[in-house]
Write a protein that binds this ligand. Sequence first.
Ligand code: GAL
Length: 465
Amino acid sequence: MEQKLGMRNKYRKSTTLRCSAWSRCSLPVALWIMVGCLLLLLLYSLLPQWDSFSLETQLQVSKHLHELEQAEEEIIQMPPPRKRSPRAEKRKPKKETTIIDEFLDESSQLRHIFFPDIKTAVDPNKVNESFYYYPGRIWLDTEGNPIQAHGGGILYDELSRTYYWYGEYKDGPTYIANENGLARVDIIGVGCYSSKDLWAWKNEGIVLAAEETNETHDLHKSNVLERPKVLYNKKTGKYVMWMHIDNANYTKARVGVAISDYPNGPFYYLYSKNPHSFDSRDMTLFKDDDDVAYLIYSAVENSELHIGPLTEDYLDVTDTVKPILIGQHREAPALLKHESTYYMITSGCTGWAPNEALAHASESIMGPWETLGNPCIGGSKIFRETTFFSQGTFVLPLQGLAGYFILMADRWKPANLRDSRYVWLPLRVVGAADQPLELDFGFPRWSRLSIYWHKRWRLPYRWNG
Ligand code: GAL
């Protein structure tokens, strides 16, 4: 009994002790809880505002996006030089081959690295690999056929809440055009694919087809139709397509315009022209927040880019035009906007062979544009110097994820253009643009634009555009 009492007493005593300890430390604890809450609030306010996501999802998304910004290495080992007979060596001493030579060489032992075979294809019907992008692999549509939308661009159709991907449908034989020795595929038309998630693409068919018989028509199959881009015009309710129109030796150098009532066509071809009376080759469109659309094209034998607004109906250019990046020989322009700054990715002019991308920035779309440098991160030096063995074509903003974009690029295969691959990678503009300093100490004024190499990556879970 005594023992029991003693136990009870002991128990009581300890309770009293805890209570007094609690009252003694309750103030600091409360303070820490408050600090914790404040920190959580601060963290919450720092996260991009994804209204439809819970805090937990936002933290997961944030972690995922952070992972996408980690540099991922990929080293390619050059194969040992092929054995040649001493006679052949004497006749023509072999110059050292580069990785780019290997990339372009059909019989290279490295071929499978640049152009993995069909067994590795990204297939929307294989659910265990859902939503993963594998830059460079064959990408199948929902019917199991390789997607044909090269040099393409994406339109998000707000009316149907669907993405439409338009590009060159190149599923024909590659041959060398006599005029210039360049590999080509006859025009087949503009392919169109639709998707709700940017990963599983349904073939919507050829929305603008080649002309089979009339040889004088711009779209006659013997000509060139490249880099189609589509915008929706709110005022007219029409879908307007612009594209590079050329002849087989690229001396016509025009832009073409087509129109449709629906995003999935058919598009009706209207006309082609030399915009502002200039030659025009690689081109793109960009629609600004105020719905003014711009045409950007390589001009004066690709030595400079031109930029100018379209008319209100998007069916023509206006008289306003500015030459930019003069003398810099850039092509394959792709534009984006972040926090009122305009950015542009361009490539050098080396035909189907890959080269180094550059990023440019401007406070006004009409310029002056400043060159920031090579935006590629990760892979290896040669990956970065070749835009991951590809050439940009379009930059897609990720809705609800301010500052995050996808770079769409083409890994051209001049030996068989229909088997050219897509390289989609995360692109980020980091932080608010630095304000120009009152005294210019030469600090960069722009946020960095970065494109991150990943062998395999995906958009955050539950991102649903
Ligand atoms: C590239 C251009 C491509 C295609 C190719 C033909 O410079 O970006 O769109 O025209 O040349 O060689």
